[in-house]
Design a protein around this ligand. Structure first.
Ligand SMILES: *Cc1c(COP(=O)(O)O)cnc(C)c1O
Length: 731
């Protein structure tokens, strides 16, 4: 900043300070805290942090909870000390300008047909920020990134989900390394939500009839930039005590809980939209959880337009888009006929179809009484447009569901693909963002989907890129040490362990991160098959390697929990102590630190079970390199120069043989490619080949795997055609 700028900012600051009352200032901060837009704007986020950095951290970075602890006077005093008045006023104005300006956005220009009839985007979870615990993992973070990009692009879209007041779960490990789950009671008043109201200004309640009585849900409204996210919540008077707990936990409970949650999400969600006076032009079912929704839309069409069931189904399917997310068979929700009849029976009566007909919609072979009701099948049958989430996953899904269209050859199975992406402003570290702005021009922020903007990365100064990466790596190690010592304290370990935790890891060692759900197909334990060899790599005095692990196992997944235990307990082995660490309670906050600071991101799922994977995309934005099995997104991303591939993209029919080969390939890639490239330094002491790979990775992948590109694809290939605009073919 020049001296003139400094002087004028200081002058403005004085004016602001004297003219803004504490209450006005406080109100502006509350307005900012009330729209999750702040969560992807580092300048706004830092306003809250600067108010009280310690409490900010302790409160899970929740600005509403933070402000609730402070009076307007205390806030004003602190803002004065920290020279924040101007920044607060500017942020407040920016938010207002952002919300007012829909027309000049990409969506304003390209998604006109959706203007009065928005997309209704249904998802069982939304991962927007760590302070809003209504997500468990990748699917939720993807939904959050999707709606943030829809907001940024100005695509008319409303989102529908469930409000879980106990969230997923908080994880910690006991002294044996065994995962313990703890459920929190989220304070509603600390979340950026309000009761959603209808056109008459009254709060909305929806009711859904089952054979077993009526289920009620209230509706919350959360603002995510320009997008409205509506969350249904069964904790209302009038529901039985059991039903009041129905939406308490994400992915908890038995099959009956699950189908009831999905009934509320799908059927309740459509009813909520109607009460809100919203008429969507397109329904996007993000995964099968919400696939009952079209049934309620069909019912309404029959009632309003006098259509028969088949005609209404055809019409509704035309407006429905379905995204399937998993090639793992257990990942597809299935229900027995009894549960289906109990919950969909009254709706079925109104649709005028038999129990067998309804069951048939959820079966590959409609008449097969031994087949249970599958949410993916009904999703595919009730949507004209369906897609998988990567190119490879497209092939796998077409093969997997080919018997739904027995008269078609595999290539003509109507499931395309739109590869997932991540929301760049949410995942890129602020220093990296500043570096790009300096080197690529301030406009890159507005053109995240524009490959030519990212192409300029080739001109970046390698030394500066390396320095920025290093600063981020140090920040990660600080975070890890703080977390490790906290973990030791909670387990009541002695002072020596706490001290060891404080000095764990080496800032100059090659640092490999592995964090994701501990689903068994992700094979977090793969490296254990080559433990002795890996121990040698780790302890190489000249070229040391270290690993940071994190991730939760589903509470019912004992296999996943045993992987966690094995990895966490490596700390007791002197070969691994302080060099292989496990960070408890993986969430968006932990993920952000990891993806922004690691040198290498390791991903070794059993091919082809990783539909896409998104964490590696977040790493790209921050200059980390991916080392991955050629599965999901990496199968289409890897070009030989922008990261590392484990294996050659094949698998054996025998899983045991596949695992053994992949473990060998993993070790070979690490020892023969990753380690030598990382430690090869040029005359200036820089790992020049490595930095070239970082640049190649950013230049070739950042825009392709951004959620802006993804949402643009959905608009062009799915939303606009579904809403009745001009069609364009999905890849
Ligand atoms: C990005 C993210 C995921 C998804 O990671 P995958 O690579 O798809 O397994 C899961 N959890 C959190 C908290 C994330 O941020």
């Amino acid at each position: 900043m020049s001296q003139v700028d400094d002087a004028s900012t200081a002058a403005m600051e004085r004016v602001n300070w004297t003219e803004t009352s504490p209450q006005t200032l406080y109100n502006k901060l509350q307005t900012l805290a009330g729209n999750l837009w702040w969560s992807w704007h580092p300048e706004v986020l830092s306003l809250f942090r600067d108010l009280d950095p310690v409490r900010w951290r302790q409160l899970d970075h929740n600005p509403i909870a933070l402000l609730a602890e402070m009076s307007p006077e205390v806030v004003a005093k602190r803002a004065g000390e920290m020279v924040m008045y101007t920044r607060i006023n500017q942020a407040h104005r920016r938010l207002k300008d952002y919300l007012d300006d829909m027309h000049s956005t990409w969506g304003g220009q390209n998604a006109g047909v959706l203007g009065s009839k928005p997309v209704a985007y249904f998802s069982a979870e939304f991962g927007i920020h760590e302070s809003v615990p209504i997500y468990s993992g990748g699917l939720g973070v993807l939904s959050g990134d999707h709606i943030k990009s829809a907001s940024g692009l100005g695509v008319p879209l409303v989102a529908i989900g469930l409000f879980y007041d106990q969230g997923y779960f908080k994880q910690h490990l006991d002294s044996d390394g065994y995962q313990q789950q703890e459920y929190l009671n989220t304070k509603v008043e600390n979340l950026p939500m309000e009761a959603a109201t209808g056109p008459d200004g009254k709060p909305i309640t929806v009711s859904i009839d089952t054979r077993d009585g009526r289920l009620l849900a209230k509706v919350w409204l959360m603002h995510v930039g320009r997008v409205r996210l509506y969350l249904l919540d069964c904790d209302v008077e009038g529901n039985s005590p059991q039903d009041r707990e129905l939406t308490a936990r994400l992915y908890g409970g038995d099959r009956r809980t699950r189908i009831r949650q999905e009934l509320v999400l799908g059927v309740g969600g459509v009813k909520a939209l109607r009460s809100l006076g919203i008429t969507p032009g397109c329904f996007h079912l993000n995964e099968g959880h919400s696939a009952f929704a079209p049934l309620e839309v069909i019912r309404a069409r029959m009632e309003e337009d006098g259509l028969g069931f088949d005609d209404a189904l055809r019409e509704v399917a035309q407006h429905t888009v379905f995204t399937t997310h998993t090639p793992v068979p257990a990942g597809h929700d299935r229900f027995d006929p009894g549960l289906v009849e109990e919950h969909l029976g009254p709706l079925r009566d109104q649709l005028g179809i038999s129990h067998e007909q309804l069951m048939g919609l959820g079966r590959v072979e409609p008449q097969n009484e031994h087949e249970s009701f599958c949410m993916t099948v009904i999703g595919l049958k009730l949507s004209r447009r369906a897609n998988a989430v990567s190119s490879l996953h497209g092939y796998v899904s077409r093969r997997m569901w080919a018997h739904l269209w027995p008269w078609r050859v595999e290539e003509e199975i109507p499931i395309g693909h739109i590869t997932n992406g991540v929301h760049v402003p949410s995942w890129i570290a602020h220093p990296m963002q500043q570096l790009f702005e300096r080197q690529l021009g301030a406009s890159w922020r507005l053109q995240l989907e524009e490959p030519s903007v990212w192409g300029k990365v080739y001109a970046i100064d390698p030394g500066e890129l390396w320095e920025t990466h290093h600063a981020l790596k140090s920040r990660l190690l600080e975070f890890v040490r703080r977390r490790l010592s906290r973990q030791c304290r909670r387990r009541n370990e002695d002072e020596a362990s706490i001290e060891a935790a404080r000095s764990a890891l080496d800032p100059s060692a090659l640092t490999i991160g592995f964090a994701r759900r501990f689903a068994t197909y992700k094979r977090a334990d793969l490296f254990l098959r080559k433990l002795d060899e890996i121990a040698e790599l780790i302890n190489d005095p000249q070229r040391p390697v270290q690993f940071i692990f994190s991730g939760k196992a589903h509470p019912a997944d004992e296999g996943g929990k045993s992987f966690i235990k094995k990895i966490a307990n490596l700390r007791r082995d002197p070969r691994f102590a302080g060099r292989v660490v496990f960070i408890e309670d993986y969430d968006i906050n932990v993920a952000r630190h990891l993806v922004q600071g690691v040198d290498v991101w390791l991903n070794n799922p059993r091919r082809p079970l990783e539909a896409s994977g998104t964490s590696g995309m977040k790493v790209v934005l921050n200059g980390g390199l991916n080392c991955s099995i050629l599965d999901g997104w990496w199968a289409e991303a890897f070009n030989g120069r922008n990261g590392f591939a484990i294996g050659n993209g094949t698998q054996h029919v025998d899983d045991g043989i596949t695992d053994e080969r992949d473990a060998e390939n993993l070790f070979r890639v690490l020892s023969e490619e990753v380690v030598p490239t990382f430690y090869h330094r040029d005359a200036d002491g820089l790992p020049s080949q490595w930095i070239q790979m970082m640049i190649e990775s950013i230049a070739t992948l950042a825009s392709r795997f951004s959620s802006h590109r993804m949402v643009v694809d959905y608009v062009r290939h799915s939303y606009v055609p579904a809403a009745g605009g001009l069609s364009s073919q999905m890849p």
